[in-house]
Design a protein around this ligand. Structure first.
Ligand SMILES: Nc1nc2c(c(=O)[nH]1)N[C@H]1C(S)=C(S)[C@@H](COP(=O)(O)OP(=O)(O)OC[C@H]3O[C@@H](n4cnc5c(=O)[nH]c(N)nc54)[C@H](O)[C@@H]3O)O[C@H]1N2
Ligand SMILES: Nc1nc2c(c(=O)[nH]1)N[C@H]1C(S)=C(S)[C@@H](COP(=O)(O)OP(=O)(O)OC[C@H]3O[C@@H](n4cnc5c(=O)[nH]c(N)nc54)[C@H](O)[C@@H]3O)O[C@H]1N2
Ligand code: SF4
Ligand SMILES: [Mo]
Length: 920
């Protein structure tokens, strides 16, 4: 099937979800009318082997996220001098200018004075062109990606242990596994469709056991048979202790170790010290739990581990991965159904990026920069002069921005990632971009925290508008297809990279080289890519766009003569090392990079929310996706809060050695005492600060260069503000957000969120602004806010003012006087007002106001906000709690309230709520 349905006004296009590495197949419905073609719906593709028709809450909201073009980058923009505004220009001028500037900088300062910072959200073909442009044409390896923040520890460990990158496992192992070890993975939130598959597998087989290793009691951990709430960063001690137990209990596969591995003797020597008791002490867990975990793992008919950022984002990320892989190798828990170390990839195409060698430390098709043979081979394949490829490893993400800051690197081309939000210590990233001579930003949106630094903004097409392939966590290559044209002048990343490359090729002229960018379309770039993989561990020479179109998604390896891909690797115990043996390494435990101290006594954990994606440039456009977590927050254990005299909902200031930010406090015993947690998503587009990376630290793993984004040492104290504002307005929330965003930084604290109104028409939602200030809000600021929200006193906007105390209240109304609806409000007080919160709850519930309008100013207290648990069916926590109190279990809740019956993303939370003992 080529993805196209009947040629009519309504069409269905088969594609892939653009969010996580599960790589779910989607069917995109479009409608065409006189105004053009629009995406009107998205469903799970029943034929896709990853999801078999399922989607999570984010995937289901894809059509909503594509609905409005507000904030999209539509035309190329250019400025000639720093400090000037960028001006719209045509593509010809933009492309020529970029090529001229890069050629000039390269001529003056050499190839290594330019750098590329890309993304695991680019398609393989986009990536391929960029990589050939940097390494093949310019001759620099300064091309790194946000995968450095994400997967690079997993890559290094796979290579060190097995000789090649890429998981040996596949999704069918989820159903075959008898013990599942989740390590540093909140699968319920971050890979929901895989989690659904695991839930089903456990429901079908009561013997399946889940172990979760996470310092927090996440929704994933709450569902585990055994939750090991280890101290942050102590995973290596845990895995060493587990292996110690298995070795000394004789529960290892000595034959396999002898025949198929090397290095065990040294590891065993090191393991002597890691008795279960000593290891458990380091981890802060009972030794008996460590032993139980080891027994469940080692004696299982099939043990599968699923791991993610809790392992990778660490200065010892490589060791954490290796220590876990050691458990699999020593017990031969790999190479058969249901067993193996399975690194879950975060982004939709982190794997594709790794295939094309899209990082500063690797070459195309798993080749090594340091290997003269690999370079020569690639030079021959690309028909470049011998010695043209640089032997000098490129700068990895943190170094790359340091290079810009110090002046060693002059120009950077950033595509499909938002480093001023997602890199550690963003204060330094801003400095780096300010000092850089030339900054190119290629993004689908122009309202990101990185965009203001761009000398050139190249408007990119995004999901639904692009053509190519992505590879998911199980090495499965799937087609991504365009269903609609990009808006205005926006162009696919593949096209932009190729057009600049061709222009630069003319300016740099490599003697004797053929036309390097002679691809008409993404399919042609894929063909070149697959040819480079022939005969290598990732051989996908048998795949091309035509085959993927005809036969659907396929796994690699898939050599040219194969009829199908290989589901599992290393089944015969032969690994990708020169001697075919897997390698053990010594993995001594070392603590996190930044110790806590009396000044910074708390450990900050960071991570994801269920319904938001990274910097929210897409999920932040869908009101329903805010319902599960409407505001940013810092989660703290109630005892730690009590000790500091802090209360839930209060604003607190969190500071590290590098920076600080203000957040509302949430109390929860899901975090252990001594640690706090904040989500990574909020940034300058929604918050008065740049988000949690204001405080995170840039320390990196020496081998993988991956930064420790999860473990900064911080201090938390009350943030005193004399003035508090809550404003909300119903209407085109995205347009209002754009108008309010520039006002955010002028407050001590400010945050924006969207809220869906029950029963409101498409495109109508609430924008909610919460702000706090040390002194009275300045008049010009208030006037700007009132104008952005159209909350100016008048016939339908009543105002109450207490000029002496500086308090003011406004309510905007619509409807008849007898049956009014609140259309907007703004409350300024010396305390956060529960009255304002209640009015907002009434308004967002779409409830009519039957009393007199003036009574809204008087303090009748209504119900507090009810957090939404099920986004698909809009079911709130209070309704669920009420049913649970009356004896309902999860099946009853599904039946009676409809929650959990659509995408299932809320099921873990339903189970938790249902487990709360019924209250009288
Ligand atoms: N909803 C949603 N899903 C996503 C994304 C998103 O933005 N939103 N992003 C995608 C991407 S790119 C990625 S990389 C993945 C990330 O997926 P995950 O890694 O599963 O998600 P995180 O929440 O970043 O981190 C996982 C857990 O690591 C725990 N942790 C922190 N420190 C430690 C430690 O020292 N040891 C252990 N064992 N655990 C620790 C945290 O408490 C957290 O619960 O999610 C992907 N899926
Ligand atoms: N403290 C802390 N920091 C973290 C993490 C953490 O757990 N804690 N996680 C890290 C991880 S694992 C990751 S992966 C990173 C993610 O961090 P980023 O890569 O910065 O995250 P996104 O917001 O997904 O950025 C993608 C950008 O590409 C744009 N875009 C979308 N589609 C397209 C397209 O087709 N073409 C182009 N050119 N642009 C497009 C979006 O508008 C957005 O601006 O964050 C890292 N940062
Ligand atoms: S699990 Fe959700 S976010 Fe991930 S690919 Fe599937 S639908 Fe998209
Ligand atoms: Mo990631």
């Amino acid at each position: 099937m080529d993805g196209a349905g009947t040629v009519s006004a309504r069409r269905t296009t088969r594609s892939t979800c653009c969010y996580c590495g599960v790589g779910c197949g989607v069917l995109i419905q479009t409608e065409q009318d006189a105004d053009g073609t629009r995406i009107v719906g998205v469903e799970g593709d029943p034929a896709h082997p990853a999801n078999r028709g399922r989607l999570c809450s984010k995937g289901l909201a894809l059509a909503d996220s594509a609905r409005s073009l507000q904030g999209r980058a539509r035309v190329p923009e250019l400025r000639h001098r720093r400090g000037e505004e960028r001006r719209p220009v045509d593509w010809g001028l933009a492309l020529d200018t970029v090529a001229d500037r890069l050629a000039d900088i390269i001529a003056r300062q050499g190839p290594d004075s330019v750098a590329f910072y890309l993304s695991g959200q680019l398609l393989t073909e986009d990536y391929y062109v960029f990589n050939k442009l940097a390494k093949g044409l310019i001759g620099t390896n300064n091309i790194d990606t946000n995968s450095r923040l994400c997967m690079s520890s997993a890559v290094t460990a796979y290579k060190l242990a097995f000789g090649a990158d890429g998981p040996p496992t596949c999704y069918d192992d989820l159903e075959a596994a008898k013990t599942v070890l989740f390590a540093g993975s909140n699968t319920a939130y971050a890979h929901p469709v895989l989690y659904r598959r695991l839930e089903d597998a456990r429901a079908n087989d009561p013997d399946v056991r889940w172990i979760v290793v996470d310092p927090r009691r996440t929704d994933t951990a709450a569902m585990a048979d055994l939750h090991l709430a280890i101290q942050p960063g102590t995973d290596v001690a845990l895995f060493n202790g587990m292996l110690h137990h298995l070795v000394w209990e004789g529960c290892i596969d000595a034959d396999f170790i002898d025949t198929h591995t090397a290095g065990f003797t040294d590891l065993k020597q090191m393991l002597r010290d890691y008795t279960p008791r000593m290891s458990a002490d380091i981890c802060g867990i009972p030794a008996a739990d460590l032993v139980t975990a080891a027994e469940w793992f080692g004696r299982s008919p099939a043990a599968l581990s699923l791991y993610c950022m809790g392992l990778n984002q660490s200065v010892h990320g490589t060791d954490k991965n290796l220590a876990l892989i050691h458990l699999h190798l020593a017990t031969r828990q790999l190479g058969r159904p249901g067993a193996g170390p399975f690194s879950l990839t975060g982004q939709p195409n982190a794997m594709g990026g790794r295939e094309v060698g899209g990082m500063a430390t690797m070459l195309a098709a798993h080749r090594e920069i340091a290997s003269g043979e690999d370079r020569a081979e690639l030079e021959a394949l690309w028909r470049l002069p011998a010695g043209h490829l640089s032997a000098q490893p490129g700068l990895a993400a943190v170094e790359l921005f340091e290079g810009l800051r110090s002046g060693k690197v002059k120009a950077v081309w950033i595509a499909c990632t938002n480093p001023v939000h997602s890199m550690p210590d963003i204060g330094r990233i801003r400095e780096a971009l300010q000092r850089a001579e030339y900054v190119i930003v290629q993004d689908a949106f122009r309202d990101t925290d990185t965009a203001p630094f761009a000398d050139v903004l190249l408007p990119a097409a995004t999901w639904g508008e692009k053509d190519g392939t992505v590879t998911n966590s199980e090495r499965r290559v799937t087609r991504v297809r365009a269903a609609v044209p990009p808006p205005a002048q926006a162009k696919p990343d593949f096209w932009i990279a190729r057009e600049v490359a061709r222009r630069l090729e003319a300016r740099l002229a490599i003697p004797g080289a053929p036309a390097l960018f002679d691809f008409d379309d993404a399919g042609a770039a894929f063909d070149e890519h697959r040819r480079l993989t022939a005969g290598r561990d990732l051989d996908m020479s048998g795949l091309d766009h035509a085959r993927l179109d005809a036969d659907g998604p396929q796994q690699w390896p898939f050599p040219v003569d194969a009829s199908q891909g290989q589901a599992r690797r290393y089944e015969d115990g032969r690994f990708a090392t020169p001697d075919g043996r897997a390698r053990f390494h010594t993995t001594p435990y070392k603590p996190v990079a930044e110790p806590t101290s009396s000044r910074f006594p708390l450990r900050l954990l960071t991570g994801r929310l269920r319904d938001q994606w990274h910097g929210m440039s897409r999920t932040g456009r869908v009101p329903a996706l805010f319902a599960h977590a409407p505001e940013p927050g810092l989660r703290m254990h109630p005892e730690d809060a009590a000790r500091r005299g802090l209360k839930a909902g209060e604003l607190v200031r969190m500071a590290s050695k590098r920076g600080e930010l203000v957040l509302p406090l949430e109390l929860s015993d899901e975090v252990g005492s001594g640690t706090v947690f904040a989500a990574m998503h909020w940034n300058g587009q929604f918050l008065s600060s740049g988000g949690i990376n204001e405080v995170s630290l840039p320390a990196v793993d020496a081998r993988s260069q991956q930064p420790e984004l999860k473990h900064a040492a911080v201090r938390v104290e009350r943030a005193e503000f004399g003035w508090h504002l809550l404003a909300a307005r119903r209407g085109d929330a995205l347009a209002m957000r754009a108008a309010v965003q520039p006002l955010l930084t002028q407050c001590g604290y400010a945050a924006l969120s969207l809220q869906a109104e029950a029963g409101a028409l498409d495109g109508v939602a609430w924008l909610v602004v919460r702000a706090a200030s040390a002194s009275a809000f300045p008049e010009p600021w208030l006037a700007a806010l009132a104008s952005a929200l159209a909350l100016v006193p008048g016939a339908d906007t009543l105002e109450y003012r207490d000029a002496r105390r500086g308090l003011s209240r406004r309510v905007a109304w619509r409807g008849l006087a007898q049956e009014s609806f609140i259309d907007g409000l703004q409350w300024i007080d010396t305390q956060p007002s529960s009255q304002a919160a209640s009015l907002l709850a009434t308004a967002v519930a779409g409830q009519a106001w039957h009393a007199s309008r003036l009574s809204a100013f008087a303090g009748t207290t209504l119900g507090a906000r009810d957090p939404i648990v099920c986004v698909c069916r809009q079911v709130g926590e209070s309704a669920i709690r009420a049913r649970v109190a009356a004896g309902a279990d999860v099946a009853d809740l599904k039946h009676e309230l409809g929650c959990g019956t659509v995408c299932g993303s809320c099921l873990p939370q339903l189970h938790r709520l249902a487990a709360v003992p019924a209250r009288a």
